[in-house]
Design a protein around this ligand. Structure first.
Ligand code: SF4
Ligand code: ZN
Length: 333
């Protein structure tokens, strides 16, 4: 029967999983979705029974879906605790709506929320970074700067909440996009993304959606009543990721299963490379400023934050010199 769910046999197929051939009703879709997240967590040993898990909650549908699924899973582990970390990047007209969704879902689930903002941490909102020419001086696109600063902000918020691990809502699509972007930048030195790696003084980051395609997260959001943000980020279209995303989405549409195959192929190499590195590089490879593991002397976050501080300081010096000249001119007049 065309309209029968291939798991329970009931009528009302809402989703055809093209890469596996399953035809699923709403209830079976939701059940298999949540089960896959649970299996991803156990397969990669992402979480411990007594973890304090900081969920990076932007308020977008992906992060709300993650918080909801983890809240369900967490009920089975009484010693685990869930907190949400929300970052306000300072993008007016865009972030307000999602920040409100994030606040509401925490209230609904009874999850503590820690709020951090770019303006409080860096003295600069994303809008100011774009408007005041910081990005031009750095020669970087808004998403590069935003991504690096947000990563650090989430870490700081998670530490404040006493977290032992950070969970992000990166999907299978996001992870493959990042691998491809790194490759196109000529950077083959990366490590597997979203897998738990313990390193002293650094919070591990895990991505429980790393085997879940983006379109299934969207469907999960639709069927569980998660609100969808209407406004898009005004800076998003400028990103390299937007280009890669549209290519990979179309490719997966035409050849279902490609994203998963790519992930497995890339990580087969990366993970064996990582084990080699561990043998060779004991004790090395840490940022000279914050101690995070990195292949550089100073990690990308610390480098960017110090560059922004440098630009601000040189601008202040310039304005002080102009004021000094004006005053000297006024005195001699
Ligand atoms: Fe930041 Fe880019 Fe995302 Fe906008 S689209 S919030 S600038 S990373
Ligand atoms: Zn650093």
């Amino acid at each position: 029967m065309e309209n029968a769910c291939s798991r329970c046999g009931r009528a009302g197929v809402v989703y055809v999983r093209r890469y596996s051939g399953e035809r699923l009703c709403r209830a079976c879709f939701l059940e298999t979705f949540e089960r896959r997240v649970y299996r991803t967590i156990t397969r990669y040993d992402m979480l411990r029974e007594d973890d304090t898990i900081a969920v990076a909650l932007s308020g977008g549908k992906d992060s709300i879906a993650l918080l909801k699924v983890l809240a369900k899973i967490e009920r089975r582990f009484p010693r685990a605790r869930l907190v949400a970390v929300t970052v306000d990047e300072g993008i007016s007209g865009y972030r307000e709506e999602a920040l409100e969704y994030a606040r509401r879902v925490c209230e609904e689930l009874g999850v503590e929320q820690v709020l951090v903002s770019f303006s409080e941490l860096y003295g600069l909102t994303m809008d100011e970074a774009v408007r005041d020419g910081y990005l031009d001086e750095l020669g970087l696109g808004p998403c590069t700067v935003c991504g690096v600063m947000r990563r650090r902000a989430i870490e700081l918020g998670a530490m404040k909440a006493g977290a032992t691990v950070i969970a992000t809502a990166h999907t299978l699509d996001d992870i493959v996009q990042t691998y491809l972007m790194n490759l196109l930048r000529g950077d083959l030195n990366h490590q597997p993304l979203g897998l738990r790696r313990e390193s002293e003084g650094v919070l591990p980051r895990v991505s429980p959606f790393r085997l879940t395609p983006q379109r299934e997260v969207i469907l999960y959001a639709v069927y569980t009543g998660i609100p969808m943000q209407e406004v898009e980020c005004p800076y998003g279209h400028l990103s390299q990721r937007a280009l890669i995303r549209s290519f990979l989405t179309e490719f997966e549409e035409r050849f279902p299963g490609s994203l998963y195959a790519a992930l497995m192929a890339i990580e087969g190499r990366l993970i064996s490379g990582l084990q080699e590195d561990r043998k060779v590089g004991e004790g090395g490879g840490r940022c000279g400023v914050c101690g995070s593991p990195t292949f550089r002397e100073v990690c990308r976050s610390c480098e960017l934050i110090s560059q922004i501080a440098g630009i601000r300081a040189s601008r202040l010096r310039r304005s002080a010199a102009i004021v000094g000249d004006l005053m000297a001119g006024a005195r001699s007049a």
